[in-house]
Design a protein. Structure first.
Length: 404
């Protein structure tokens, strides 16, 4: 394992700002980073070890960490402070509208390219927080001459860190996302006490990492009020959805035809099944799949070509006195989509010859047709329901023990 010292000073010169607190002062405040109540999106990492159960545990702990901010700000008796938290599991990442995320929290097992010992960091101006989920363990103490304090040393491994520790890191990094810098002291004894967790005056002071969430204090609230005013972050005006609707292609309209055929002995009836393929289904060289279900339940399949010039098709079906009596279902499919259904009702009643047509028709029971149409309508509605159901200055900031 790699041994590192978990301490990093803030990016940039340590020049005090005009914002002072008791026995300490702010450095490197970023200023206003948000224009409205923030939407914070948590992205599940693509790691097989982070299954649904583990991810839900992470998201729960991260939500608790951010709720501490909302709770404390609303206890200040001024304004309305709201933080919108969005869970983005793997199956919904492709549907995410990134522009709706004011702050994006990404979990990574890769270290910061510039500071490989940081546990988390925020990049000012982007709204992006990164939290490293590789585990780390206590390896001893070391004196830091630049801060004149004793700090913990940590060793990093290949396992996954506990989510409560990561939540503690997030709690601090979110302060940076709000525009806060670090709260420091020129007194080394005070700095050591704060690091050791004794009377730490600010969530943004350097502290060692553990599984306990830290206190957001009045010093922190006062700075937030100076950055945003006392009435809240502001309401979001637009109503863009966080997730885009999944693309569900419009089903190709199914054309239903009912043909009545009456056959008599020694006479063959030819039914020509023809038409034009819908433009959205036409492809060069496509073959139409034809299935014919006979009254006894046997299904026969055929393939017919489509005219390249007119996108048309045609094939004959013949019936004679030996054909099965009853309802024949003919289904035409192209590119996996059903685009036409035909019901052919064959009977052997005494035929009536229509001199204006080339087919022999007979009167059939109208109630039978109505029942068939009703069954087809219900089947098509069920298909649609099933289809819908089936259809998820860049300044890097860190602090003494978390951004490693």
């Amino acid at each position: 394992m790699k041994s590192v010292i978990i301490i990093v000073m803030a990016f940039g010169l340590l020049v005090p700002t005009a914002v002072y607190g008791v026995e300490g002062y702010w450095i490197n405040n970023y200023g206003k980073q948000l224009n409205n109540n923030p939407t914070v999106c948590f992205l599940q990492p693509s790691d097989s070890r982070i299954n649904e159960q583990r991810w839900n545990e992470w998201f729960s702990d991260m939500t608790t960490a951010l709720n501490t901010w909302e709770s404390v700000l609303n206890q200040s008796d001024t304004g309305f402070w709201k933080i919108n938290i969005v869970n983005v599991p793997l199956q919904k990442i492709s549907l995410l509208n990134p522009s709706t995320c004011d702050v994006t929290v990404k979990f990574t097992d890769e270290s910061n390219p510039t500071h490989p010992d940081w546990l988390g960091w925020f990049v000012a101006g982007t709204g992006k927080i990164s939290i490293v989920y590789s585990n780390y363990e206590y390896c001893g103490k070391e004196f830091l001459s630049n801060s004149l304090i004793m700090v913990d040393r940590y060793c990093f491994g290949d396992d996954i860190e506990r989510s409560k520790r990561m939540a503690s890191v997030l709690q601090h990094e979110f302060g940076h996302a709000l525009g806060m810098g670090h709260y420091v002291s020129d007194n080394a004894n005070l700095t050591q006490q704060w690091y050791d967790g004794i009377d730490t005056p600010s969530i943004m002071a350097f502290q060692h990492p553990d599984e306990e969430l830290k206190n957001i204090t009045q010093i922190d609230v006062t700075l937030i009020h100076e950055i945003y005013g006392e009435w809240g972050f502001g309401n979001k005006i637009d109503s863009i959805p966080v997730f885009n609707e999944p693309y569900v292609p419009e089903p190709v309209a199914e054309v239903l035809e009912i043909i009545q055929v009456n056959v008599i002995e020694h006479l063959e009836v030819i039914e020509m099944i023809s038409g034009q393929l819908p433009d959205e289904l036409y492809k060069k060289g496509i073959i139409i799949e034809v299935s014919i279900q006979k009254p006894d339940g046997i299904i026969e399949y055929e393939g017919i070509p489509v005219s390249k010039t007119f996108k048309s098709y045609g094939f004959p079906l013949s019936f004679d006195y030996l054909s099965q009596i009853g309802t024949h279902y003919v289904t035409l499919k192209a590119d996996g989509e059903i685009f036409k259904q035909i019901i052919i009702i064959v009977s052997q009643e005494q035929p009536k010859v229509d001199s204006d047509k080339d087919i022999i028709l007979d009167e059939i029971n109208q109630k039978e047709i109505e029942v068939i149409l009703k069954n087809i309508s219900e089947t098509q509605n069920n298909k649609k329901l099933t289809s819908v159901d089936n259809i998820d200055k860049h300044a890097e900031s860190c602090f003494l023990f978390w951004c490693w």
